[in-house]
Design a protein around this ligand. Sequence first.
Ligand SMILES: *Cc1c(COP(=O)(O)O)cnc(C)c1O
Length: 354
Amino acid sequence: MSRFWSAVVKGLTPYVPGEQPRLANLVKLNTNENPYGPSPCVLAAIRAATDDSLRLYPDPSAAALKAAIAEYHGISPANVFVGNGSDEILAHAFLGLLKHAQPILFPDITYSFYPVYCRLYDVAFETIPLADDFSIRIAGYQRPNGGIIFPNPNAPTGRFLPLVQIERLLEANRDSVVVIDEAYVDFGGQSAIPLTTRHPNLLVVQTLSKSRSLAGLRVGFAVGHAELIEALERIKDSFNSYPLDRLAMAGAIAAFQDRDYFAQTCRAVIRSREWLVGEMQQLGFEIVPSTANFIFARHPWHDAEKSALALRRKGIVVRHFKLPRIEQFLRITVGTDEQCQVLVAALKEILATS
Ligand SMILES: *Cc1c(COP(=O)(O)O)cnc(C)c1O
């Protein structure tokens, strides 16, 4: 604490990202990155964009990227917003669409960045408990609110809420914005983007960090009614007019154009997830049904924090949250088949000796 800090800074509780260990050779299964690299077309596009033009500012409206996203999803570019990672878009949504007189609602177990944004922007919130099986019960969201936000599939549980339920939620909350954070939707979920044409209160946020293997490039986008998009644009242009640089835009456009690579890598992750789930169930783990690139697992007799430490000693990093209701769970990113095999072998040893 410093006397130079503003009252705002003194009151913050920043988000703590998963560790990015410097040690090489670790099996890194803690931050849900894609185990496969980006499409070769993405790398080529970034290389091609690496030239003299970097002395010029990028297009502040990101028109070419918006057009690529709109074409991919069969929508109009006027319904697309892009940001420096989806976290930035979420931040703008908290300030521009969710900050109202009533508290916003989100699940008690969810992406831990949401309460951080609430504190930063002074947005009141209430948490709605997930059911015992960690599913979202939409009945809990039928009360006065300033907005609703959750990931689908939810994080860190991996559980997917079917679109019929989202549509019911939208119909029951016509006077507030519902933000669906689809960071993991490409691993077996179904996107709510098609619902945005009939529901002017729906904002869908996606990222290229997970399913398109571009966490290092920092690109996310949102789809919604033009009025919602305009709110985000107004915040962006009051904060940073150039959130996406030239290389990020070139790479992101190529990522949407290479549909085959995207489909292939998503399928590979899903296949590895199914294998990993089966193996871990044989070891006695209980696993929340996942449509994400991670699984959320607990063992009835083995303490999760101890297991995470034991894995760490074997060079495998997974995520453990010391939080109510989930402190006995491990969140494990689905790696390559080889990484999954190393993980299962390590778990076998740990369970046998503890
Ligand atoms: C990873 C993640 C994000 C952030 O993605 P970036 O685009 O890398 O900022 C947003 N929401 C959830 C639920 C995530 O897991």
